[in-house]
Design a protein around this ligand. Structure first.
Ligand code: PLP
Length: 375
């Protein structure tokens, strides 16, 4: 029997205890905590959309009389929790990815867990990057298929596993994030495609942190590299750079129909409210040029940061790795005292000994105001 009090004490003693902070307000690139205004360097609102009052006013003006301007779907999609705006969003996003079909899930977590746990059966096999998000790992644990986790971005290790294990199974899939959430490094999608073809697997790419930030149509890294057509399944979250809520799986008609019939996180959960779906549609249809402009600003910002602070990151997520949890906490407090809202990330979210500040850049931040952080 777990002793909960002792376990919590242990977390506190190791500086790994999690608690919800009292955040008073967020306005664009700023955050207000403990009556202090700080530059928010811990947000996934990469394009600074979620608190933009001009966009919000325009949206409300346009949709306030729409029957879909409501705050609950009150049902799962397969019952009565659906309406035109859901279909419109699915069509819009599948078109951005140039794929046949798409399916909205309530969160990226449910999307990944639902796909990974339902798509494969006993006798199948899944190969997953060791640093893939917890939602993918959760799907692996629930899936009846066997799985192997290859060393992070180590495609020799992946090929070794494919060579030695693949033939013992029926169907197979390789799963990777494109931009990794804690390191900001990027998968070699060309290599993953080469391997999936050589070993007859599907390829699933989680573009959660890349959607909105990479690609001509903002569709992520695979699009940026012109490789989307060889990726079988994409997951996209809408609660990060789009400043909205929900997630979308983008794939073929067959896979999407399969998920509608077998993914429990889709079937047995009340759909996200229509107002969130309308907001996503509004941003992707009416404000697409604005999003693209924000993306350009963010790209030039992170390239400037890379030029003064080399790391494994090739993106807007910059890991400032310190190692020790206590020292990481101290560094976070030091930067917060200087007006930068950065947070320590500790195990088990990241591997042991790699405690870090996860600095995420957003489009409205100016290079000159953050240079000091990287000195
Ligand atoms: N995939 C990745 C790579 C993530 O980092 C996250 C969340 O941080 C998710 C999926 C889950 O997305 P959501 O926050 O919409 O549940």
């Amino acid at each position: 029997m777990v002793n909960y009090e002792t376990e919590l004490e242990n977390l506190k003693n190791n500086s790994c205890y999690r608690s919800i902070k009292n955040i008073q307000n967020k306005v664009g690139k700023y955050i207000f905590v403990d009556n202090k205004k700080m530059l928010n360097l811990s947000s996934n609102d990469y394009l600074n959309i979620s608190t933009n009052t001009d966009l919000k006013s325009e949206f409300i003006e346009k949709y306030k009389t729409s029957p879909e301007f409501i705050f609950s779907s009150a049902s799962a999609r397969l019952l009565t929790g659906t309406s035109t705006c859901y279909n419109n969003l699915e069509q819009k996003i599948s078109a951005l990815f140039n794929k046949e079909s798409a399916l909205i899930f309530n969160t990226g977590y449910q999307c990944n867990q639902g796909i990974v746990s339902s798509l494969f059966s006993k006798g199948d096999v899944i190969f997953s990057d060791k640093l893939n998000h917890a939602s993918i790992v959760s799907g692996l644990k629930l899936s009846p298929a066997e799985h192997f986790r290859y060393k992070h971005l180590d495609y020799d290790n992946l090929e070794f596993l494919l060579k030695t294990k693949r033939n013992n199974y029926n169907n197979s899939i390789i799963i990777s994030e494109s931009v990794f959430s804690m390191d900001g490094d990027i998968a070699d999608i060309k290599k993953l495609i080469e391997l999936k073809k050589k070993y007859n697997c599907l390829l699933m790419l989680d573009e959660a942190h890349a959607f909105g930030v990479f690609g001509d149509n903002l569709a992520g890294v695979a699009q940026d590299k012109n490789l989307s057509c060889d990726v079988d399944i994409f997951t996209v979250t809408l609660g990060k750079s789009l400043g909205s809520m929900g997630a979308v799986c983008v794939s073929s008609n067959t896979i999407i129909n399969y998920l509608i019939n077998y993914a429990s996180t889709f079937i047995f959960s009340t759909a996200i409210p229509p107002v969130n779906v309308l907001w996503s549609n509004f941003l992707l249809n009416d404000k697409f040029d604005y999003l693209k402009n924000q993306k350009e600003k963010l790209t030039s910002l992170y390239k400037n940061v890379h030029s003064i602070y080399p790391s494994n990151s090739n993106s807007h997520i910059i890991p400032y790795i310190i190692g020790d949890s206590e020292k990481t906490k101290d560094k976070a407090i030091e930067l917060q005292n200087k007006g930068y809202y950065v947070l320590p990330i500790n195990p088990p979210t990241v591997p042991k000994g790699t405690s870090r500040l996860r600095i995420s850049l957003t489009a409205d931040v100016e290079f000159d105001e953050i240079k000091e952080v990287f000195r």
